[in-house]
Design a protein around this ligand. Structure first.
Ligand code: MGD
Ligand code: MGD
Ligand code: SF4
Ligand code: MO
Length: 569
């Protein structure tokens, strides 16, 4: 982290949390930020070239910022607070983005809980170990073998990958991803069978005498129950359900035996109704072979980036509703900040209908797909013009942002908007912006990745997708892509199939699920498993197919809990 006045944090929602330096109008990656290591990625370049919003709009007509703020105040004063919704996305992950929550919670708006992203997995991991803290980056560097499990490591965290690119990799993923191609072994499993694979690996670990007796003795008292769970099914049955041969499992153990092992778990394993149970089974396998609590290796996921800090931005909403289930039509006014639900939230048809039936205020930096449905658009000032701090969910370094250029006159920062509204409604003054930022800049968080107790998972109650899948149906995979950041920047709206599908390149197909349908252009790729369809994050059609149903415990999106059929009529 740099304390110089010209550092800029990349605001994008990304594991790497890079820091840049602004010098004479040029922006370069900070060489002293260990993860950034002097380089920035294509998405940072995309962000620099972004056509930032400079004007406010009301019913599609340009108005001044002041007019837009007056309309907002007027609307809020004439609407019942409980009929308003505050909806925040992940367009900018700086901590100051949450400041507006304080106002909307005091005003009485409904807020959201859960996420479209990682909460299911976070819940599952915390359940077994009480907290969610990644090991320090040094532990990754000190490992020999890295198991990349449901994460496209070299694409979704390119800088973390660069730090360890010479290690031995094993990838567990239905898609032959970039990191799978760089791996010594790729286990191309069927989607939503990771819990079974983890149990199978546990059986082999036992046979290989790889149980970490010391970790288990010191931290846990229920390993027998976990092992009983692993023994419930015959070994060979796992071969069929997971699609992984026992020969490949043998190779897996040849690669990890007597090695320092790191496991990087990504979103892929948990986009399902029982995703929390699935990830906990993986973590239990990891604990069984003793990956935890060492000075090397460990398990990484998207951690609670603010762990170890005292929360400086505290809001107390009266009511919260699960994010994936939000129905905008239930509200008289919705305030959408830093989000693009028309592309990123599940079940696009329902989202669009909802937006059409509410007064929509959009507060963002660009005219995105959601802004098209807004009655009132308030332009947020861009990342180069406002101070912020970014904590990372991928590693233990932070990045600091300074206002390095003057903001456009017609725009307003999140802090300025929150202060303005707070004054208009005569609510208690906000804490000073500098005070909040200085706290995060100067505080060394009090956190440790070491766990005091570990509770192995003892039972699984999972409805397997493979049990319900018809021969002509496909699993639905939706994953990140190099050249865009969720719905920001260019999009790839194609549906990727294996050539064995018999479809033709560029052919248009109608796909449907229990939740919706859309027409896609076909792209063929050997990288996609035969029984899967791949669409990338930011695909404008993908979420027509996804369920708005939350998972079983974490109020979060289950984007892959769905089977897809091709409409041949
Ligand atoms: N370039 C780029 N980087 C990004 C982002 C971006 O949009 N673009 N987005 C950022 C955000 S918001 C996040 S949350 C992170 C997420 O980054 P990742 O954790 O890498 O998540 P995904 O790319 O969604 O999915 C990872 C992998 O899971 C695989 N997968 C799907 N289903 C299954 C399954 O059932 N089992 C297993 N084992 N694997 C499965 C997919 O094929 C995919 O390769 O990336 C961040 N970084
Ligand atoms: N099909 C499918 N759907 C997905 C995913 C997937 O992989 N596949 N991934 C899911 C995941 S992991 C995530 S995290 C979500 C992300 O979904 P969202 O949180 O909705 O994020 P984005 O769609 O990227 O939209 C972010 C918007 O924020 C605005 N913005 C950027 N910077 C600022 C700023 O400084 N201030 C303000 N006020 N606005 C700003 C930009 O204009 C941008 O349009 O999508 C989820 N949806
Ligand atoms: S890798 Fe991620 S954090 Fe780093 S510059 Fe690119 S988008 Fe930003
Ligand atoms: Mo995400």
């Amino acid at each position: 982290m740099s304390l110089s006045k010209n550092s800029i944090a990349c605001p994008l929602d990304c594991y790497d949390t890079c820091e840049a330096l602004y010098e004479n109008g040029l922006i370069k990656g900070n060489k002293n930020h260990r993860v950034t290591n002097g380089k920035l990625c294509i998405n940072f370049a995309n962000l620099q070239n972004e056509n930032f919003l400079k004007t406010a709009y009301y019913e599609n007509k340009e108005i001044t910022l002041e007019e837009s703020l007056n309309i907002l105040v007027e609307k809020l004063k004439n609407t019942k607070p409980e009929n308003t919704l505050f909806y925040k996305g992940a367009g900018n992950l700086g901590i100051m983005q949450s400041i507006t929550k304080i106002f909307f919670a005091s005003y009485g708006s409904v807020l959201t809980k859960g996420s479209l992203c990682d909460e299911i997995g976070g819940y599952g991991l915390a359940k077994g170990r009480g907290k969610l803290v990644n090991p320090p980056i040094e532990n990754l560097i000190n490992s020999d073998v890295i198991i990349v499990w449901g994460r496209n490591f070299s694409v979704s965290s390119p800088h973390m990958y660069n730090l360890v690119k010479d290690k031995t990799f094993i990838t567990i993923d239905p898609i032959k991803t970039d990191i799978a191609k760089k791996s010594s072994l790729h286990l191309q499993l069927n989607p939503k069978t990771d819990h079974e694979l983890a149990l199978l690996l546990t059986r082999f670990a036992y046979m290989e005498d790889m149980e970490d007796e010391e970790f288990i003795k010191n931290n846990s008292n229920n390993v027998e129950d976990f092992f009983d769970l692993a023994k419930e099914k015959p070994l060979l049955s796992y071969e069929k359900t997971t699609g992984i041969s026992l020969t490949d499992i043998t190779k897996f153990f040849e690669l990890i035996k007597n090695k320092k092992v790191a496991i990087l778990i990504g979103l892929g394993v948990q986009k399902y109704y029982e995703g929390a149970q699935i990830i906990r089974t993986i973590d239990s396998f990891a604990a069984y072979i003793g990956v935890h609590n060492k000075d090397y290796g460990g398990v990484w996921y998207l951690d609670e980036s603010a762990a170890g800090y005292e929360k400086q931005i505290v809001s107390k909403p009266k009511k919260k509703i699960p994010l994936p289930e939000v129905d905008f039509s239930q509200f008289d006014l919705v305030f959408i900040q830093g989000a693009n639900p028309v592309v990123s939230a599940p079940n696009t048809k329902r989202i669009v209908e909802g937006l059409k039936n509410s007064f929509v205020v959009y507060f963002g930096t660009t005219l995105n797909d959601t802004a098209k449905y807004a009655n009132l658009i308030i332009p947020a000032s861009n990342f180069l013009t406002k101070g912020d701090v970014r904590l990372s969910y991928g590693h233990n370094l932070k990045a600091v942002s300074n206002a390095v250029i003057e903001k456009e006159e017609g725009t307003i920062s999140e802090y300025e908007l929150a202060s303005f509204l707070t004054k208009e409604f005569s609510f208690e003054n906000l804490k000073a912006e500098e005070e909040i930022l200085n706290y995060y800049k100067n505080t060394v968080p009090n956190k440790s990745h070491k766990m005091e107790t570990f509770k192995f998972i003892e039972e699984l109650e999972i409805e397997n997708l493979y049990e319900n899948k018809e021969e002509n149906q496909y699993y639905f995979i939706t994953a990140k892509r190099k050249r865009n950041l969720n719905s920001q920047f260019e999009s790839d709206d194609k549906a990727y199939f294996n050539p064995s599908s018999g479809l033709k390149e560029k052919e248009m197909v109608k796909l449907f699920t229990d939740y919706g349908e859309a027409i896609f252009e076909v792209a063929l790729s050997e990288d996609v498993k035969e029984n899967c369809i791949l669409t990338y994050a930011g695909n404008k059609k993908a979420n027509y197919l996804t369920p708005f149903k939350k998972d079983e415990v974490a109020d979060s999106a289950t984007l892959q809990e769905v089977l897809v059929t091709i409409d041949i009529s």
